[in-house]
Structures are given as structure tokens and as C-alpha cells.
Design a protein around this ligand. Structure first.
Ligand SMILES: Nc1ncnc2c1ncn2[C@@H]1O[C@H](COP(=O)(O)OP(=O)(O)OP(=O)(O)O)[C@@H](O)[C@H]1O
Ligand SMILES: [Mg+2]
Length: 254
């Protein structure tokens, strides 16, 4: 089952005299991890909000596959397969991770017959097996029995991503998912993102950790002053003169 690509076309968002997002084109294809970097105030969060539907653009369009979703509110977009995770994970804290995923599977938006990781919900009433298979395919079996409220920040982020996948999204939007994670947790998180992308999901990742973005992403967009100043594979963007000067000036990416 092929999934939809997320595209931003000529997006503009102004706040008074300031153009926070200035004619941005971007595409996040299925199966790829697309990173978004830029210094403070570059417009990353504003662009993210335009993609999720929290903000409306002054100009331009947001497309999910062939569908123009520019005018749709966030909840409508998520029902169409554009799902975001939040910095504060939204799991039920008194339930185990496995129970949280069961709720997610039972509430999934589509009764598809063979979707993520080849699991067929319609033909398989055994949701518990579906959840266990999902945890296994994501390499998260150890988290299943843990009560969500007792998890470390890193484990919570992993569980939150797994729960988001229960809705069988086309696109997963992640805002600062690695903040507060230590090195080992960030590594595990990176591996999880790769597995999710390999299952055909388009991932959009905004993070201040440029090393993480350059390591895990297939393509990177660099923004400065609301504009995309570089895009392409990580090596290309990393060696871009504008990107270098911005980040070397900040003391990062040395
Ligand atoms: N609601 C708002 N009203 C007015 N100006 C805003 C608003 N939101 C963002 N801005 C301005 O738009 C510009 C882009 O902000 P944005 O938060 O998108 O940047 P960012 O790249 O996410 O920065 P950071 O790395 O600090 O999170 C900034 O100059 C910011 O002050
Ligand atoms: Mg921001």
C-alpha cells in the first residue's frame, strides 16, 4: 500500500511586518526522514505549525498526496494520516505501554486490511497480537509491560511514537523529539525512526540537535530568516557555505 507525500508549496506566514516563513517549498516523501534545521527564529516552528494546521498560511498550499489540506484543521489532518507527536507525550500514565497501544489500535482511523508492517486488522480480530507484533517489529518489546507513568523521558518518546503509529499514518511530524534524551536514548530513538521510515512512513523531524538531524535524515532543509537556504542530502547541506557560517557562528557543528 503506497502512502502519501507531504508537500509545502510556496508557503508564506507573516506576523505584522515580519515574514516568519517566506515562500517555502518542501516535500517529505514516503519512506524518508526529512529534517528541518535552522538557528533560533529561522521559522522552523512556524513552518511546522503550517504543516500540522495549527497555523494558516498567508500564501501557498499544503498537499497530502493529491489532496489540498491547506484549509483543514489539525484534527482533520490527523484523520487523513498526518500525525504529530508532542514534546509532552500524551500517553495514559496509569496504563502500560501495551495497553496504550491497544487503545490506539482500537481507535485507528482506517480498518485497513494489511498496512503497517503487513498487519491486517480487518482479518485479524486479535488486537493484542497486532500490538505485540508492532512492538516487536519496532524493537520495543521490552517497553510493553511498563507502566507509561514510570518510564524515563527517552522511553516515553519511543512509546509515544509507537502509539502514533497505531493510527497508520502516512506522515509523522516530530517537533524536538530528542530534547531531554541522553546519548544512548537518542541512538535508540534514531533506530526507531529508521524502522518507521522503512515501513513506508514519511517522517518530518525538527530538532535543535543538528548532529542527530544530519545522522538520521535522508534529506535536510536548512532555514534562515524564513527562507530555505539549503536542501538536499545531509552531506550537501552540511557543507553549504551559508549553513556553515550560521552554525559555526553559533559554535555548533564544529
Ligand atoms: N505568534 C507569533 N507572533 C509574532 N511573531 C512570531 C510568532 N511566532 C513566531 N514569530 C516570529 O517568527 C519568527 C520565526 O519564529 P519560529 O518560532 O518559527 O522560529 P524557530 O526556527 O522555530 O526558532 P527556535 O529555534 O527558537 O525554536 C521569529 O522571529 C519569531 O519571533
Ligand atoms: Mg521553534
Amino acid at each position: 500500500m503506497s502512502r502519501a507525500e507531504l508537500r509545502a508549496i510556496g508557503l508564506v506566514r507573516r506576523y505584522g511586518g515580519l515574514t516568519a516563513v517566506d515562500h517555502v517549498d518542501m516535500s517529505a516523501p514516503p519512506g524518508m526522514i526529512t529534517g528541518l534545521i535552522g538557528p533560533n527564529g529561522a521559522g522552523k516552528s512556524t513552518l511546522f505549525s503550517l504543516l500540522t494546521g495549527v497555523e494558516q498560511p498567508d500564501e501557498g498550499r499544503v498537499m497530502l498526496g493529491d489532496r489540498d489540506i491547506t484549509k483543514l484543521r489539525p484534527d482533520k489532518r490527523s484523520r487523513l494520516g498526518l500525525v504529530q507527536t508532542f514534546q509532552v507525550p500524551s500517553l495514559f500514565t496509569s496504563m502500560t505501554v501495551r495497553e496504550n497501544l491497544l487503545v490506539g489500535v482500537e481507535n485507528r482511523r482506517r480498518d485497513y486490511a494489511g498496512g503497517l508492517f503487513g498487519l491486517g486488522i480487518r482479518r485479524n480480530p486479535k488486537y493484542e497480537q497486532v500490538v505485540d507484533d508492532m512492538l516487536a517489529s519496532l524493537g520495543l518489546t521490552d517497553l510493553g509491560p511498563a507502566v507509561a507513568g514510570s518510564l524515563s523521558t527517552g522511553a516515553l518518546r519511543l512509546a509515544e511514537c509507537a502509539r502514533a503509529l497505531c493510527t497508520h499514518p502516512d506522515v509523522l511530524l516530530l517537533d524536538e523529539p530528542a530534547s531531554g534524551l541522553d546519548g544512548a536514548e537518542t541512538d535508540r530513538f534514531s533506530q526507531l525512526l529508521r524502522r518507521i521510515a522503512d515501513a513506508g512512513v514519511a517522517i518530518v523531524l525538527v530538532d535543535h540537535d543538528v548532529d542527530l538531524v544530519f545522522t538520521v535524515c535522508d534529506q535536510v532543509y536548512a532555514m534562515v530568516g524564513g527562507k530555505v537556504v539549503a536542501q538536499g542530502d545531509p552531506a550537501t547541506v552540511r557543507s553549504n557555505a551559508t549553513v556553515q557560517s550560521v552554525y559555526l557562528a553559533q559554535g555548533a557543528m564544529t
